[in-house]
Design a protein around this ligand. Structure first.
Ligand SMILES: Cc1cc2nc3c(=O)[nH]c(=O)nc-3n(C[C@H](O)[C@H](O)[C@H](O)COP(=O)(O)O)c2cc1C
Length: 316
């Protein structure tokens, strides 16, 4: 794995592959299974102050382009979630990202205080869940002011580096990313699921998901993820965890070329099994050997073509 070793916010990482929030990360065993299967970093399910049962089923469905889900942020609550993470850290020293979700600055602060007492390595603020619109309205990540307010408040008290998870469902991603960076985010994570979208059961004449709509993930979102990661990379100076439809080693290489430092692999766990992490690690190494890249830093990044045209230049 020498070729794939890297560093992220001061921590050594054995592979750039990350288990993203919401996929296998609800329990100690899900985190552990992913880590021993080759993920370099693992992320918990987004944890809220109190436990949530989420939406009633069906909450997830497959279609030809990937998956649509509206889980509704089901999770055991911050205290139980952190207990699972602490268990994981007893047996595995791979870094853990603790993902938290709230809808107000006050609640993000309360969650941060809990996370400060845990063995987590990074704090990820999920500002971008598209599936709880009925309860909470438009995701916070749609507003650069709200993004800045929350990050600045959390930054004052967090003992862990902060990662802001951004939404793909905006027209001004670079403005929002810059706002997050300026407010003190140490890294960015993108993309969360795309949409919301809808699938229809034509015999029942109704939407397939009980929530009617849900976020898209998997291969259909990869081109959107590549574009957004590249646009953000073109204007910020903090590292990016890139994700969205990464299924094979080639996809991982492409998102690194777009500007990602680490690479999330979520929906692909469904297609290729939990071994997807070791498979992608091997596929990346084959490509790197063919191209004579001795390590991840040698993989070239795309030229920052858009900088002069995008919002970020106006902001700077
Ligand atoms: C079933 C499911 C649950 C998810 N839950 C969360 C979550 O709790 N918090 C979050 O920030 N993202 C969540 N996501 C989004 C993923 O972390 C990731 O950003 C997205 O799925 C794109 O990556 P992928 O195409 O590799 O799955 C979820 C995705 C899926 C498919």
């Amino acid at each position: 794995m020498e070729m794939l070793r890297t560093e992220f916010l001061g921590k050594k990482v054995s592979s750039p592959l990350v288990l993203p929030a919401g996929v296998m990360g609800m329990s100690f065993s899900g985190l552990h299974f992913s880590a021993i299967s080759g993920a370099g970093v693992v992320t918990s399910k987004s944890l809220t102050l109190n436990s949530r049962t989420g939406h009633k089923g069906p909450v997830i469905a497959e279609f030809e382009g990937g998956f649509i889900n509206a889980m509704g942020l089901c999770n055991p609550g911050i205290e139980e979630g952190l207990a699972e993470i602490n268990e994981f850290k007893k047996v595995c020293d791979k870094p853990v990202i603790v993902s938290v979700f709230a809808t107000s600055t006050d609640d993000f602060i309360k969650l941060t205080k809990y996370v400060n007492t845990s063995k987590g390595d990074f704090l990820e603020l999920n500002l971008s869940c598209p599936n709880v619109f009925d309860e909470f309205g438009i995701p916070l990540a749609a507003s650069k002011e709200k993004v800045a307010e929350i990050i600045a408040s959390v930054k004052k008290i967090s003992k862990l580096p902060i990662i802001a998870k951004l939404s793909p469902n905006v027209y001004n991603i670079s403005e929002i990313a810059l706002s997050a960076e300026k407010a003190g985010a140490d890294a960015l994570c993108l993309i969360n699921t795309v949409g919301p979208g809808m699938l229809i059961d034509k015999k029942m004449v109704k939407p397939i998901l009980s929530n009617r709509t849900g976020g898209l993930s998997g291969p259909c979102v990869k081109p959107i993820a590549l574009r957004l990661v590249h646009e953000v990379y073109s204007c910020v100076n903090i590292p990016i965890i890139g994700m969205g439809g990464i299924t094979y080693g080639d996809d991982a290489i492409e998102i690194i070329m777009a500007g990602a430092t680490l690479v999330g692999v979520g929906t692909a766990v469904h297609y290729r099994g939990i071994e997807v992490f070791s498979k992608i690690n091997e596929e990346m190494k084959i490509f790197m050997k063919e191209e004579n890249y001795a390590n991840l830093n040698e993989i070239p990044k795309l030229e920052k073509l858009w900088t002069k045209d995008s919002h970020c230049q106006l902001q700077k």
